[in-house]
Design a binder for this molecule. Structure first.
Ligand SMILES: *Cc1c(COP(=O)(O)O)cnc(C)c1O
Length: 401
């Protein structure tokens, strides 16, 4: 008997709001009563709280994740002709920030199992004009940072992490050489490993504001001060400008909302991880789950691979599937929301045509763009909803044979 029809959206922010409504309204009311809307006590408190959460000394609130990337690149002085190495399989903002400053994004293909930068391919792309590397931690797990940081150190390059999708994810950084011993290493949080880390609080993100918001994390106090100045037109004092910056501040209302939500973030991440494990299990039980070595029409769903040494926060639960576009249409007809992150890799974006890349340059990224599918994922997703989603996927593939 076919399962009763259900509606399972890709993301359901209402479920979350309903649970925390009273606290949110109280926080917003307090800002309205204070009539302080720009760089008040909520922004500075939120900066301190996020710095503590991400275990990094400094955090600077800015207007969006896109601006966080732009300000980070400005702070390290990226300008005309500077090359910045990054992945083509990311949101547009990562490379756009480089181009806005006159820099040149240099793309490197991805690892086909994690969808993150193929770190072993980075070295061949370093030139005398290379200034920085931007690893993007896609979907919720970190790129392989240990070899990347070693490479950057060796070549004197700055690492700026695009941590927009991974607040709270952790990576075990080995500490070989420290005190001469081989200690197990340290679990660091995403955004705390490079010189600078960029967070986004876009509403759909794992920690989402009620509008646009972002943050730059920094280990070095001088770099943090530069970002602080750059977000206020390049001057910390009134009407004195040492640099030309932009107007890009995190506002008090968003900071007040985010402070309430930050208190729940650990629990929400745990809930996301539990839902990811349940999807994995349901796909196994339905005999749909393939592995990177065995993935074909008889096991058409490759579930996410968590590559040690890291944790995955499952901001996105993305599977690699056979017949992606037809499956997506089928799921939509049956009430299941999905999305594709991202259907067109950046090296093939029309606006980046002057960079001279062609189809075929990054086969792993191009294949991922055709085969990945994000399934419904949010902390409040119920077991019945997940069973329904997997049932629909199973029904689709049964009809293919
Ligand atoms: C969301 C996102 C951004 C940009 O963040 P906004 O806050 O939307 O400007 C940048 N990079 C990645 C990888 C993202 O997912």
């Amino acid at each position: 008997m076919p399962a009763a029809s259900m509606h399972v959206p890709l993301l359901d922010l209402t479920a979350q709001y309903t649970a925390i409504q009273a606290d949110i309204r109280q926080a917003i009311d307090a800002v309205l009563e204070s009539q302080r809307f720009v760089l008040g006590s909520n922004v500075s408190a939120f900066e301190t709280e996020v710095a503590r959460f991400c275990r990094v000394p400094h955090a600077v609130g800015v207007a969006s994740g896109s601006d966080a990337l732009l300000l980070a690149l400005m702070a390290i002085g990226v300008s005309h002709g500077d090359e910045v190495i990054t992945t083509p399989f990311t949101f547009f903002a990562t490379a756009a920030a480089v181009v806005r400053l006159g820099g040149v994004p240099v793309f490197v293909d991805i690892d086909p199992t994690t969808f993150n930068l193929a770190v072993e391919q980075v070295k061949a792309c370093i030139t005398p004009r290379t200034k920085a590397i931007i690893p993007v931690h896609l979907y919720g797990q970190c790129a392989d940072m240990a070899p990347l940081l070693a490479l950057a150190r060796e070549h004197g390059l700055t690492v700026i992490e695009d941590a927009a999708q991974v607040i709270g994810a952790e990576y075990l950084l080995p500490q070989a050489g420290v005190n001469g011993g081989d200690t197990a290493g340290t679990w660091l949080r995403a955004g705390a490993m490079g010189e600078l880390g960029c967070l986004s609080f876009y509403p759909s993100k794992a920690l989402g504001a009620y509008g646009d918001a972002g943050m730059v994390l920094a280990r070095d106090p001088a770099l943090a001060e530069r970002v602080r100045a750059l977000r206020m037109h390049g001057g910390l004092g009134k009407y004195r400008h040492d640099m030309v910056g932009v107007n890009s501040r995190l506002d008090e209302l968003q900071a007040a909302v985010l402070r309430v939500k930050l208190r729940y973030l650990e629990d929400w991440i745990t809930a996301r991880q539990a839902r990811a494990a349940r999807y994995d299990q349901l796909f196994q039980e339905a005999r749909l789950a393939g592995t990177p070595d065995a993935w074909d029409d008889s096991c058409p769903v490759m579930v996410p691979v968590v590559a040690p040494p890291c944790t995955h926060i499952f901001y996105v639960y993305a599977v690699r599937v056979r017949h992606r576009d037809r499956l997506r249409a089928y799921l939509s007809e049956h009430g299941v929301g999905t999305d594709v992150y991202y259907p067109l890799p950046l090296h093939l974006q029309p606006c980046f045509a002057p960079l001279g890349y062609r189809e075929g340059d990054f086969p792993a990224a191009e294949q991922a763009a055709e085969e990945t599918l994000a399934l419904p994922m949010y902390p409040e997703l119920s077991e019945a909803q997940q069973v329904y989603v997997v049932q629909q996927v199973a029904d689709f593939y049964r009809q293919q044979t």
